[in-house]
Ligand binder design. Structure first.
Ligand code: ASP
Length: 817
């Protein structure tokens, strides 16, 4: 025997009824089956609405009742259209009879002016009765014999009319007396039971799942299948969590916790009876009936992950009760629970403190409307006698729960992530607690952006996803190349659960922003269209506004203004990656301050491309120093253009020719005089010296000018080259002299053991590693406490947009790692 329950969405219209009947017939081929049906979707809501309307206006809600009658009459008409064997007239009569009955209940309560809970139960459960009438006749058309169970007589329950609790042993006994033929399909309306007086009671909203569990026990079913409109249980509500994953199996305990803390797939009362009788429960999708669904059982077969899911309950209320020292807190708790049980109110994070004589707990806001007044009535005498202080309530809170197995073991990892997310959303954790069975961790916060917070935590803890949100400023040569690499490589990171998203692209005038991500195709065009003016202040508030966990600002500009704002940028939550050398070459005090801010705010500040473009120069030097090494001497060719120019220079090749071809190949700055001035090399040398621990300013770098003092700067390229030609003979002489000594001329930067930094033209012999460097290559020769007499050498292309962009990208990877 198997028990199958079909929910409202599975019975929403005639086609769905037919589909469900085919599933039933199919299942009944191999086994006897018992079926529990809900009311078609939304019908119970309308019935509930009709009651509320009546209570409010004291008038029979005729329009709703007629709507319900029409709904069912249309449904059977449609069934008949599809299946001409359907006994339309007979069922029409039955529906009208039931409708009259419903109408009569309203007439009676209209006369008495009292809408008792007993009557409310009769009204609200009508939908299920209609479903059973329709399904029975439909199954009969397929020649299947059906036994209908009247739950008022068979499923016995106590407590309230609207939220009854089933007495399982009694129900089992009464079921056994029915003696149903093994050939018959058993059909029962869900949601309904009967009390000791033989009156109809209901099992609380969505109670048909609970009915199914009870029927499964009564029929000694081998499984209880809950058929709904999703493939089973998910790691989070797919309406909130875009990356929610289907769960193939979970334990009863986990399902219980998920349901208790707000997951809506299954009614919380359903699990416990199945757990006690060890009947597996399967959540199945009516619209995708071949899908395996989620198996809920005692133990998982596979080694599924420890965190099963995340739920949230928005709108919860904190209740605080303080007693005076002379009132026994246990008595207070006892009285409180009697009240809560009577009203079937679930409490969360119940906390009884003996030391400060208080009780704290949370309830859902829908239960808290009158609770303050009610509790003050419950504790009226105690309050009057000043044994209890007036009750305090605090609304508009929310609770997020993480469900799993042995969750405490992973506390530090989970809590770190939770705090990080909550902080990012500028919310505060007000309370936090585990349940006794160590299967859930719940925390309370202000009900503000609760879904977004839940989504982020889900991605971090369950999907273990890392999100990096990139703000790129500067789309000149380097920025553009960076974007090419980025869009090429991004997919590869997805496989590793790293989501690299560009959310902002800016040039010096405007910016475009997309809270999800900017696509590779769209940005160029968008940046050409009118957009918001570039405004760093506006940009810096975006990560907090959208809860970005790991925002990274990449500065590919050459702007002093942006470099000057790095402290503010870091304080706004960004890591910084920069190819803009201005930040590291301004005053030493500023250089120091950025590092202090980054350290204080726990942010990364990476600038590997400042020296040697993509070559790992800074990182290497930093690691040496951090490992206790010390720079003794440094020598290097730090400029691609100067490497090329002096690599070309020999007694047969003049300076002006070398500069000209370097310019043609794109090695030089637009005005080659900027390269020849040595300022670029001086900046790089300063950065290296500072990395090595010297507190220097740019003015401390001695630059030996290779052009005479009276060589005036001009922006006119032809004029410049003709002037340069006038200097050819000087360099020819130097070059000849070098050759005579078996040396070559190299434009080099040096740092000596006293931290003296020089940029100069120097003749080096063939034993010097710099001798062979030409064609734009860079070289960095570090003599250190550990690396000598043989130095540590790095060489390779040290300039160009592509390698620089690659360096920026590898800085980004270091942020992820
Ligand atoms: N029809 C009832 C409700 O919507 C019971 C159920 O479907 O489970 O609450």
């Amino acid at each position: 025997m198997k028990t199958l329950k079909f929910g409202g969405t599975s019975l929403a219209n005639a086609k769905k009824f037919i589909h469900v009947s085919s599933i039933i017939i199919d299942k009944a081929k191999n086994d006897q089956i018992s079926i529990v049906l809900s009311a078609p979707a939304t019908i119970t809501n309308y019935l509930e609405k009709s009651i509320k309307k009546f209570i409010k206006h004291k008038k029979i809600p005729t329009s709703i009742l007629i709507f319900i009658k029409k709904f069912f009459l249309n449904l059977i008409q449609e069934l008949y259209n599809i299946n001409p064997k359907y006994p339309l007239k007979k069922i029409e009569k039955q529906i009208i009879e039931k409708y009259e009955k419903l109408n009569n209940i309203f007439k009676k309560i209209y006369l008495s002016k009292i809408c008792s809970e007993k009557k409310q139960a009769q009204i609200i459960s009508s939908g299920e009765i209609f479903s059973v009438i329709i399904m029975k006749s439909l199954l009969n058309t397929f020649k299947r014999t059906v036994t209908i169970i009247n739950p008022v007589k068979t499923i016995l329950a106590t407590n309230s009319y609207l939220n009854a609790t089933v007495e399982i042993p009694k129900s089992k006994k009464s079921f056994q007396k029915l003696n149903i033929s093994k050939q018959n399909i058993i059909l029962m309306p869900g949601f309904i039971a009967g009390n000791a007086k033989g009156e109809l009671v209901v099992l609380g909203r969505n109670g048909s799942d609970y009915s199914a569990a009870i029927l499964a026990i009564c029929t000694q079913s081998t499984a209880c299948e809950i058929w709904t409109d999703v493939n089973g249980i998910y790691t989070g509500d797919p309406n909130i969590i875009s990356q929610a994953r289907w769960i193939s199996e979970i334990t009863y305990q986990e399902a219980l916790e998920l349901a208790y803390f707000g997951a809506s797939v299954i009614h919380p009362s359903t699990i416990a009876p199945l757990q006690n009788t060890n009947i597996p429960c399967i959540i199945k999708n009516t619209n995708n009936h071949n899908h395996a669904g989620t198996l809920i059982s005692k133990q998982k077969k596979t080694n599924a992950s420890i965190i099963t899911g995340i739920t949230n309950l928005k709108k919860i209320t904190l209740i605080k009760i303080f007693s005076c020292t002379n009132f026994c807190i246990e008595k207070m708790t006892h009285k409180l629970f009697l009240y809560l049980n009577r009203l079937n109110i679930n409490t969360y994070l119940f906390n009884q403190s003996l030391s400060n004589h208080s009780i704290n707990f949370y309830i859902q806001e829908r239960n808290s409307k009158n609770i303050k007044k009610d509790l003050e009535t419950v504790f009226e005498t105690e309050i009057q006698r000043k044994m209890i202080e007036p009750i305090i309530t605090l609304d508009n809170l929310s609770m997020i729960s993480i469900i799993g197995t042995n969750i405490k073991k992973y506390n530090s990892e989970i809590l770190k992530k939770i705090c990080c997310v909550v902080n990012k959303f500028q919310n505060t954790i007000l309370d936090i607690s585990h349940n006794a069975s160590n299967t859930s961790l719940s925390f309370v916060l202000k009900n503000k952006q609760t879904d977004q917070i839940t989504n982020k935590i889900h991605n971090l803890i369950i999907n273990k996803k890392i999100f990096i949100n990139i703000f790129l400023i500067g789309v000149g040569g380097v920025g553009l190349e960076f974007l090419k690499i980025f869009f090429q490589q991004r997919e590869q990171f997805k496989k590793k659960s790293i989501c690299l998203n560009i959310n902002l692209i800016a040039n010096s005038k405007k910016f475009i922003f997309n809270k999800k991500k900017i696509d590779s195709e769209e940005w160029i065009q968008k940046l050409e269209e009118p957009q918001e003016n570039f405004d760093l202040k506006k940009i810096l508030i975006l990560p907090k506004k959208y809860g970005f966990l790991c925002p990274v600002l990449i500065d590919c500009t050459a702007s002093y203004d942006i470099a000057d704002k790095y402290n503010e940028i870091i304080k706004s939550g960004f890591h910084i990656i920069t190819s803009n050398k201005k930040s590291n070459t301004s005053l030493f005090a500023k250089y120091k301050k950025i590092r202090e801010t980054a350290c204080k705010y726990n942010k990364k500040f990476f600038y590997e491309t400042h020296v040697g473009a993509g070559l790992p120069v800074i990182q290497t030097l930093k690691s040496l120093i951090e490992s206790g090494d010390k720079l003794v001497k440094f020598q290097g060719i730090l400029s691609g253009s100067m490497s090329y120019i002096f690599g070309q220079l020999d007694p047969n090749n003049t300076l002006s020719d070398a500069v000209n071809s370097a310019k043609k190949l794109g090695f030089t700055e637009p005005n080659p005089q900027d390269d020849l001035s040595g300022i670029d090399v001086a900046r790089k040398l300063l950065i290296l010296a500072r990395e090595a621990g010297y507190s220097l300013e740019l003015s401390d770098i001695h630059v030996e000018q290779i052009l005479p003092d009276d060589f005036k700067k001009t922006n006119n390229k032809t004029k410049f080259l003709s002037r340069l030609r006038a200097l050819n003979h000087i360099f020819l002489k130097k070059s000849k002299q070098a050759k005579k000594e078996e040396k070559v001329l190299r434009f080099i930067g040096t740092i000596n053991d006293q931290g003296i930094c020089k940029v100069q033209l120097h003749a080096v012999n063939k034993y010097n590693p710099l001798y062979h460097i030409k064609n734009g290559e860079n070289i960095f020769v570090f003599y250190t406490k550990y690396y000598q007499p043989i130095p540590l050498i790095l060489r390779g292309y040290g300039a160009g947009n592509r390698v620089t962009a690659l360096g920026v990208f590898s800085d980004l990877l270091r942020i992820i790692s």
